[in-house]
Design a protein. Structure first.
Length: 458
């Protein structure tokens, strides 16, 4: 195809459920590309000689190569090209913020719209699942060495995948009652259907990975007990699942005030949470958006999101912001809560203040500043804070692993080895809250180091 023809192809849109079709269920909103649409979109890729999209991908997926194979309808080969660097394309393609990663770097983003790399990756992963293909490469014969993986999120799954295929006996210990960590209880089904997580679990089990849920290491089982049970090495991939506080007086004691992660975990594990008629969510990331959309789907109709910066600075993916607005959530920008108002211990309202953007800080974003005298009150029955998460390290006095003042593990930046030589750590546990792709990247690095450690090479 001539480059002029390629440039004339507009970015293809995925099939989606209409807003009114979505609100009484948790069905996946985006249905992805069908084969014909995927092939049209694949033809938009210019096969750049020095592809910036690869630089934008935290795990360095060979994007032009998998797209070139797709064009030849070699879907299985294209999938395995991604699997050279990614342990879970079906999940990354759904939940990674592509516009800030590969698609943000795509050359076509400069003139019109980037190639829909995430949707092409998703098409391939779905094609493999729909066609009953094996998602697991051949497993090496078992070498007799045991590895314990704490946490079944993206970093833990990646370590289990990499080491089980090299012959190690891997056991994943998950404190939640379900496999997948926050993938299962922090990301709602309408963004990540449970059968997709189930397919990744099945692929791990096919290579002999043992998954034990409902076990909290440090409480039910100590690190030294794991050592005594013959585990040669341990990977800590416990994630960053504790919500940061809003910093308001009465936050912990007022009924109706709660954290976004707690709310998602409860609803997504089957609990009913009564919110009331007027729901306020605070934050601009995907957790805030998910809280609002889950509240809507749970029957609470009057939901607003307060964000202290503007739409342009929102860390949530643009598609999620588009979806939440389509579903009727009211977005209030340059607004932050300053005071909880309650009666008899029950939230009745929130005092807020308008913000303005000031100078750019070291993160490259403008610092929001309160506008004195702009305070106003919003009536509210629920206030849900989703302003970031932090790491709560494993509490285990039997093996004191060094942690930083912000609660993340101290690791060697190359090997991801902690202060205890047989314990490695990676993902949000080390980086603080990050994307799934970055956790996968650290899982791959940690698995390589653990292998070298167990073989006496480091
Ligand atoms: Fe294709 Fe965009 Fe990557 Fe270039 S930067 S190879 S156009 S996906």
């Amino acid at each position: 195809m001539h480059i002029r023809e390629q440039l004339a192809i507009p970015r293809q849109l995925p099939r989606e459920l209409d807003a009114e079709e979505r609100l009484d269920n948790f069905d996946e909103v985006s249905k992805g590309f069908d084969e014909q649409t995927a092939l049209v979109e694949a033809n938009r890729c210019l096969q750049c000689r020095k592809p910036p999209c690869i630089m934008g991908c935290p795990i360095g997926n060979d994007i032009p190569r998998f797209i070139a194979l797709m064009r030849e309808r070699k879907f299985e080969e294209a999938y395995w090209t991604i699997r050279e660097t990614s342990s879970m394309p079906s999940i990354c393609s759904r939940v990674c913020p592509h516009e800030f990663q590969c698609e943000g770097a795509c050359i076509r983003a400069k003139k019109d719209a980037p190639v829909a790399i995430g949707l092409l990756e998703r098409f391939l992963a779905d094609w493999m699942i729909i066609n009953g293909k094996n998602l697991s490469p051949r497993c090496a014969p078992k070498n007799g060495l045991k590895v314990a993986i704490i946490g079944s999120g993206p970093a833990g799954i990646t370590v289990a995948h990499a080491l089980s295929h090299r012959g190690y006996n891997c056991t994943i210990f998950e404190s939640l009652p379900v496999f997948g960590g926050m993938l299962s209880v922090g990301i709602p089904n309408y963004r990540l259907p449970r059968n997709i997580i189930g397919a990744e679990l099945y692929a791990l089990q096919q290579c002999g990975v043992n998954v034990k849920t409902g076990i909290t290491v440090g409480q039910d089982l100590t690190l030294s007990e794991l050592r005594e049970q013959g585990y040669s090495s341990v990977f800590l991939g416990i994630g960053a699942y504790k919500s940061k506080r809003l910093g308001l007086d009465g936050e912990n004691s007022t009924k109706g005030v709660m954290s976004g992660v707690d709310y998602l975990v409860k609803v997504l594990t089957g609990h009913e949470i009564a919110l009331g008629d007027r729901v306020l969510v605070v934050g601009g990331g995907n957790v805030a958006i998910d809280v609002a959309r889950v509240a809507l789907r749970s029957g609470w109709k009057n939901v607003s999101i307060l964000y202290r910066r503007t739409r342009d600075e929102m860390p949530a993916s643009k598609m999620e912001v588009h979806h939440v607005e389509e579903e009727g959530v009211d977005l209030q920008f340059l607004t932050t809560p300053t005071r909880i108002i309650s009666q008899n211990g029950q939230l009745t309202g929130v005092e807020c203040i308008r913000m303005e953007l000031g100078e750019v800080d070291i993160t490259g974003r403008c610092v929001p500043r309160p506008q004195p005298g702009s305070e106003f009150i919003i009536e509210a029955d629920a206030l849900i804070g989703a302003v970031g998460q932090k790491v709560i390290p494993v509490h285990d006095a039997t093996v004191p692993v060094e942690i930083t003042p912000r609660g993340t593990y101290v690791v060697d930046p190359v090997t991801l080895q902690t202060s205890v030589d047989w314990i490695f750590a990676g993902g949000d546990t080390v980086l603080g809250p990050q994307t799934v792709a970055k956790a996968v990247c650290q899982g791959l690095d940690a698995a390589e180091s653990m292998h070298r450690y167990m073989q006496g090479l480091i």
